[in-house]
Design a protein around this ligand. Structure first.
Ligand code: HEM
Length: 483
């Protein structure tokens, strides 16, 4: 049967909306319908939400709020308005997987603490290393974490690290003052990397550290990319960077063994020497993989927190004034320029500024887990094989958790935060391995900044961009000088 020419426009016009509807419901039919058809003995149902378009899911909505509107918290607020609060769980399809978003303290705590069900997975472990803390689970994770925290996060280790990082920090601040106008983000990154070089491998600034920096840039770009090892892809490039980093760290490790360079007391030495209760040591591969993990864990996060501290203190001079008062009092009682980790633990207001800075920085908007079996939480189902996206950013910006959350107010830490509302370092067994180190480094930076320098934002109204992490668009362009 022939369709006359005049009928085609009607077919197309009628077909397009149908196609649109099919597109809109495709993921719901593919992922949600089969689950709805299964009977649940307990009557648990999927959390409310929508799975978005085929393949991309809700990516466009996510980009709309994070990249175009630059109001990231509206992504969750829109869900709350549309589907109700419930227990803070929404279904979605995001970053390539069907997922459950969790955005209230109690449900996040449940996920963090059920590490036997919700595991940490990366698209590929080849980049971080199969023996890295990020890649291992269960008992192996427990063993490795106890090694690593002993070397970087416990009071004995922090005592040494405090003294090791300050000369570089002081030299960096001095050079900023000489330049006068600086991009704070670029400078704190440089300072953080130099400290990492010194702390992890006893490396001084120079061409090798510059190469390591470039290689880490390439490696981190590939971490969340689809693991297709095809020339030209971010993942392929990241694998090449990983190989080169492994060769550099392998050479450093050999040098330490053969030249008996073992007394530098850097992190690599620490990892090479430490023994567990049975007297066992880490293997060479474990040492190398974990140096890589620690740089990945500590470099960007510490740089961002330091940048936000500089930005927030410039915006809130009253806070800087109080900070300066406390830190000048500490300096007055000292003969040397350096402070100790014991000094840091006495600096009450400074430590409140640290917590508030890390809350506001929100460098990790989300934390990812994979549900390894079907689970229920308060009548809602989390299907096996789906991702759980713990939307920790929202926990820190929800007015139900923090009054006036977008105001930088260290005094709020005079009272402890409401239970479960401070998840900047994640939680459960996977809680950040460098959380105390990060806090101490930031406190030391605040000490030297506030007692010796002043600075001013050149663009106080610069917009904040949120991808791939939150940062004022100008990278915090400041005039910086000695007091
Ligand atoms: C302000 C700075 C920092 C922030 C906001 C931060 C945040 C985080 C977050 C959110 C996680 C994920 C936790 C989870 O999956 O539940 C994490 C894990 C981790 N962080 Fe940090 N971090 C910071 C600094 C550091 C530093 C300085 C180091 C080490 C030098 C470090 C090393 C690690 C490691 C190794 C893990 C993996 C822990 C595991 O899987 O058991 N982080 N961090």
């Amino acid at each position: 049967m022939e369709i006359s020419e005049g009928v085609w426009p009607a077919v197309v016009l009628g077909g397009l909306p149908l196609l649109g509807l099919l597109f809109w419901w495709w993921n719901e039919l593919r992922y949600v319908l089969p689950l709805k058809l299964q009977r649940s003995a307990t009557g648990a149902k999927l959390p409310p939400g929508h799975m978005g378009f085929p393949f991309i899911g809700e990516l466009l909505t996510f980009l709309w709020y994070f990249k175009f509107l630059r109001r990231p918290d509206e992504f969750i607020n829109a869900k709350r308005a549309k589907y109700g609060d419930g227990v803070g769980m929404y279904r979605t399809h995001l970053f390539g997987s069907p997922s459950i978003i969790t955005c209230f303290p109690a449900v996040n705590k449940f996920v963090f603490q059920s590490s036997d069900i919700f595991t940490l997975v990366w698209p590929s472990n080849d980049l971080l290393g199969r023996k890295s803390l990020f890649a291992v689970h269960g008992k192996s994770h427990e063993r490795l974490k106890s090694y690593i925290t002993k070397v970087i996060n416990q009071p004995d280790a922090l005592r040494g690290i405090a003294l090791l990082v300050q000369p570089h920090m002081l030299a960096s601040l001095e050079s900023w003052a000489q330049k006068g106008r600086i991009n704070a983000y670029d400078e704190v990154k440089k300072m953080t990397l130099e400290n990492i070089g010194k702390l992890f491998l006893s490396l001084e600034a120079g061409p090798l550290l510059d190469t390591i920096d470039k290689l880490f840039g390439g490696l981190t770009d590939g971490l969340r990319a689809q693991p297709f090892n095809i020339p030209g892809t971010a993942f392929h490039h990241a694998l090449q960077c990983r190989k080169k980093l492994e060769a550099i760290f392998g050479r450093e490790l050999e040098k330490k063994k053969t030249q008996k360079k073992g007394l530098t007391n850097d992190l690599m030495d620490g990892l090479m020497q430490i023994r567990d209760d049975e007297g066992d040591k880490l293997s060479d591969q474990e040492v190398i993989d974990n140096i890589v993990s620690l740089v990945v864990g500590g470099y960007a996060s510490t740089s961002l927190a330091s940048m936000w501290a500089i930005y927030c203190l410039a915006k809130y001079p009253n806070v800087l004034e109080k900070l300066r008062e406390e830190n000048l009092a500490i300096s007055r009682n000292k003969t040397a320029d350096l402070i100790t980790s014991e000094d840091v633990s006495k600096m009450k207001y400074t430590n409140m500024v640290v917590e508030e800075t890390i809350r506001m920085a929100n460098s990790a908007a989300c934390i990812f887990r994979l549900a390894t079996k079907e689970t229920e939480y308060k009548g809602y189902k989390i299907p096996k094989g789906w991702n759980v996206i713990l939307w920790v950013r929202y926990i820190h910006t929800d007015p139900n958790n923090f009054d006036d959350p977008m105001i930088f107010n260290p005094d709020r830490w005079n009272e402890p935060a409401k239970p479960g509302t401070y998840q900047v370092f994640g939680g459960g067994t996977r809680i950040c391995a460098g959380n105390m180190l990060a806090r101490m480094e930031l406190a030391i930076l605040l000490h030297h900044l506030s007692t010796k320098y002043k600075w001013e934002l050149r663009n106080p109204n610069a917009e904040v961009v949120y991808l791939s992490f939150p940062k004022p668009a100008d990278g915090v362009d400041i005039m910086f000088s000695k007091i």
